[in-house]
Design a protein around this ligand. Structure first.
Ligand SMILES: Nc1ncnc2c1ncn2[C@@H]1O[C@H](COP(=O)(O)OP(=O)(O)OP(=O)(O)O)[C@@H](O)[C@H]1O
Ligand SMILES: [Mg+2]
Length: 506
């Protein structure tokens, strides 16, 4: 019996219902009459393309923005949420992607920040410490309430955010893309914590672009498309293809582009022999023109360090680097750029883009550095820019808009365009589809294949194994700072995970 039938049979009522929620931002109709039911003891996934309205729906629910229309029903009672404090008072809490902790304060101080326990005008330090210790124990988080938060890993800081909600008896806990900044091992820890919270009877709302997570974790899933609810079903009743079709409004026949199959020996472009450096040892790697090479590694495997070494910042401490057979000093990003290497960093927001600058300026970042031409309009003009946008299938509404206003997928297209404008022949991409929706992911995969087919050497380093297998011509496994194995792309995931030192999901 499915979830819905057993609920009907048992007469279970939704814990929380959103009814006919609408929200406009100026001319943008972000949400149109969205109604969703949430049940305690269930993880409810929310999916949809970039800009579909997922975060807006959660902002409405947590009182961060006011809806134009609609109502909320909690445990059968109509409630009002006009301010985050009202949402909190009703036990509705969100774990933000950008963590809002005070790095110099302790865990206990953070948990009670802004809601300190005070009695007779005095802070109840001991009581806050005890409550913190109690919640950490309940969640099986092995940390000291006195530890300063700034020294914790991102994953642990996220745990503290969760503990903060639990300490104040949250009954509805919202996660908006919580794994976007987490490594694979940390995702596993987060998932087991979420399952614990579910078992304790919370309503969990979980937003993600990663299909595997939705199917691993969620009992039900709602698809938001263009601000409307497209679908709300038990996860067991849909498959990933149906979900993706509902998200993008058409079938996505080819998620991963076709490979061309075995080629005549490809031209060696960039070669590293015996490369070593911080967390890297004896790296032997050859990138060939026309090929997409994938590197898969768990957190701490040296995957990120390898990406930066290939970008010269910092470069390899030892070893020989050659480009088209000639020795190459790869000791700074400037060297890398002049050698025709383009870099798409893991964190495009802090490294790949100048967020506050217009997108047309972002496009010129690499070109300006390479030509030493710093200001004024682009001498090569709009023609080259248009040609590049055509190639990445991107038609910006307003090239002068700040790049921060674009969706994740379009931001990534700007980063790629920046390198196409200077015709980079080697592209190093770290986590190229992080925070990018399914439709834009498919577009980026297709683009990478096309760029390889034109003769470029492409290296994708990713912690998402299905992605690495889906787009690469060959897959290299990284572990303990070195590349330990090479597999063809039709290898089973479990075999590669085992080699990488990981455990299968869930
Ligand atoms: N503060 C705002 N002012 C104006 N428009 C906004 C604002 N916040 C969001 N929007 C617009 O509302 C729509 C929905 O945005 P929202 O952030 O909810 O999407 P999302 O589904 O969370 O996307 P993503 O997957 O990229 O996080 C988009 O068109 C977005 O540009
Ligand atoms: Mg969002």
């Amino acid at each position: 019996m499915g979830i819905v039938e057993s609920r009907t049979l048992l007469g279970v009522k939704p814990t929380l219902s959103l009814r006919n929620i609408s929200k406009t931002y100026g001319a943008v109709q972000a949400l149109t009459s969205v109604s969703v039911d949430f049940f305690r003891g269930c993880v409810h996934g929310i999916v949809g393309e970039n800009g579909a309205g997922k975060s807006t729906l959660m902002k409405v629910l947590t009182g961060a923005v006011s809806p134009d229309n609609g109502e909320y029903i909690l445990d059968g009672q109509r409630i009002l949420i006009n301010h985050p404090r009202e949402a909190q008072a009703h036990g509705i809490s969100i774990v933000h992607q950008e963590l809002n902790l005070f790095p110099h304060r302790t865990i206990a101080e953070n948990i009670f920040a802004g809601r300190e326990l005070v009695k007779g005008g005095r802070l109840q330090i001991d009581a806050m410490w005890r409550r913190t210790a109690e919640v950490l124990k309940q969640l099986e988080i092995d940390l000291d309430p006195d530890a300063p938060v700034g020294r914790l890993s991102i994953a642990s800081q996220q745990m503290i955010e969760i503990a903060r909600s639990v300490a104040f008896d949250a009954s509805v806990l919202i996660f908006d893309e919580p794994t976007a900044t987490l490594a694979e091992d940390d995702c596993r820890i987060l998932f087991s914590l979420i399952r614990k919270l579910r078992a304790s009877g919370l309503v969990i709302i979980y937003i993600s672009h990663r299909m595997a997570e939705i199917f691993d974790l969620c009992d039900e899933v709602t698809v938001i498309k263009d601000g409307r609810k497209a679908l709300s079903v038990p996860t067991a009743d849909v498959d990933p293809e149906q979900l993706v079709s509902a998200m993008i409004g058409r079938r996505l026949d080819e998620y991963y582009p076709a490979r061309r199959g075995p080629q005549s020996p490809a031209r060696s472009v960039l070669k590293i022999v015996g490369g070593s450096g911080q967390n890297l040892s004896d790296i032997n790697l050859e990138l060939r023109g026309g090929e997409v090479t994938g590197v898969f590694g768990l957190k701490g495997s040296g995957r990120s360090e390898l990406a930066y070494a290939l970008w010269g910042s910092p470069g390899f401490r030892e070893g020989v680097v050659t480009l088209d057979g000639c020795p190459l000093a790869l000791t700074s990003a400037g060297h890398a750029m002049r050698a025709g290497i383009g870099f798409v960093p893991e964190d495009r927001k802090s490294e790949g883009l100048a967020l506050e600058l217009p997108l047309c300026e972002n496009l010129l970042l690499a070109k300006r550095v390479l030509s030493g031409w710093l200001g004024g309009p682009d001498p090569a003009g709009a023609v080259a820019t248009q040609a590049v946008f055509d190639r990445v299938a991107f038609a910006p509404a307003d090239p002068k808009a700040p790049v921060s206003s674009l969706s994740g997928g379009n931001q990534q297209k700007v980063v790629l365009s920046k390198w196409l404008l200077v015709d980079a022949q080697v592209l190093i991409l770290a986590e190229p589809t992080r925070g990018v929706d399914v439709g834009a992911k498919a577009a980026i995969y297709g683009l990478l294949r096309k760029l390889a087919d034109e003769g470029r050497a492409i290296l994708v380093l990713s912690s998402e194994l299905p992605e690495v297998l889906g787009i690469s011509d060959r897959v290299l496994v990284m572990r303990d700072g070195t590349l330990i194995a090479e597999f063809p792309p039709d290898t089973a995931e479990s075999e590669i995970l085992l080699k990488a030192g990981g455990k299968p999901y869930a």
